[in-house]
Write a protein that binds this ligand. Structure first.
Ligand code: SAM
Length: 273
């Protein structure tokens, strides 16, 4: 029987490493080890053109941690569907959630097969997590996937995370797709979104353009547009704001945000009972 805990051969057989992927380029931005030359080249190219891009990726990870702490703590959520979860990195969703609720269950979903390979290697033997390879643009497939339904009881409140993910969904697709996920959630559930934002700064649109050109999808949205993806869910304080301003651990002056801190916004909203 194969031992899942062994790290996969590197690069894993059958994996096309000649072209960058979103997950691996983001891993390269974060300084991780799950990437290849093409991904590092793209990450470096994007950093040369977008001031503060690396910092923005790190900010996104930080708000992910603060958001999960709110969800697993104050909001009492014990099941998480992490859509576009990315490659394993420091402070994965299950680790942050379990620090507050040891029984937290997590379904990780990502389109990149390397996420499944690396995730399983790390999570083998953990019966309260699953890693599924699927396209978030197909909500029916994701929501009915046997590994997802084994892990998540959609009749109970859950957190659905689209963290660093919404900007890879084109405008035509994002509306109905996010609505389908909202509809599948029980009252008391939460939706957690972070996204590349468009507040009129050239770097935001340039990042969307570079991402679209090199990775196929990349869309910056206005704060109002991001807010609309929450539908009739109730935004928790402080609403949709730059990630560094979403419940920061210490005081942050909105006037002092760096260019990197002005690339993304975050928000969490709750489905009414
Ligand atoms: N959520 C993590 C975070 O915020 O740190 C990772 C964000 S990373 C920028 C975006 C992730 O979304 C990548 O891992 C990528 O493979 C995944 N992704 C992009 N489009 C997707 C799709 N259509 N279906 C599933 N995953 C997708």
């Amino acid at each position: 029987m194969p031992d899942d805990r062994q790290p996969p051969a590197w690069p894993p057989p059958g994996l096309d490493v000649s072209k960058p992927t979103i997950a691996r380029a983001y891993d390269a931005l974060l300084g991780g080890g799950n990437n290849f030359a093409a991904d590092r080249e793209l990450a470096n190219y994007a950093c040369e053109h977008i001031p503060g891009l690396r910092e923005s990726a790190l900010e996104n990870r930080k708000v992910l941690v603060r958001g999960i702490r709110h969800l697993a703590g104050e909001a009492g959520i014990d099941q998480f569907v992490d859509l576009g979860s990315g490659l394993p990195t420091a402070q994965n969703t299950h680790e942050v959630a379990r620090a507050l609720n040891p029984r937290a269950r997590v379904a990780y979903v990502d389109i990149d097969p390397l996420v499944h390979l690396q995730g399983r290697a790390i999570l083998a033997g953990d019966d309260d997590t699953t890693v599924v390879t699927a396209d978030v643009r197909e909500p029916e497939t994701v929501l009915r996937h046997p590994d997802v339904t084994r892990m998540i009881d959609f009749d109970r409140p859950a957190a659905l995370m689209l963290v660093g993910m919404l900007h890879y969904l084109s405008p035509e697709i994002a509306g109905p797709v996010v609505a389908a996920y909202r509809d599948a959630l029980a009252p008391g559930s939460h939706l957690f979104i972070t996204s590349l934002v468009d507040t009129g700064l050239p770097a935001q649109r340039e990042l969307a353009r570079i991402t679209r050109e090199t990775l196929g999808e990349g869309w910056a949205r206005t704060p109002d547009e991001i807010e609309r993806y929450f539908g009739d869910f109730q935004l928790v304080e402080p609403g949709v704001v730059y990630t560094a301003l979403w419940r920061p651990d210490g005081p942050v002056d909105p006037g002092d945000l760096t260019p990197g801190e002005r690339l993304g916004m975050a928000g969490i909203a709750r489905k009414k009972r």
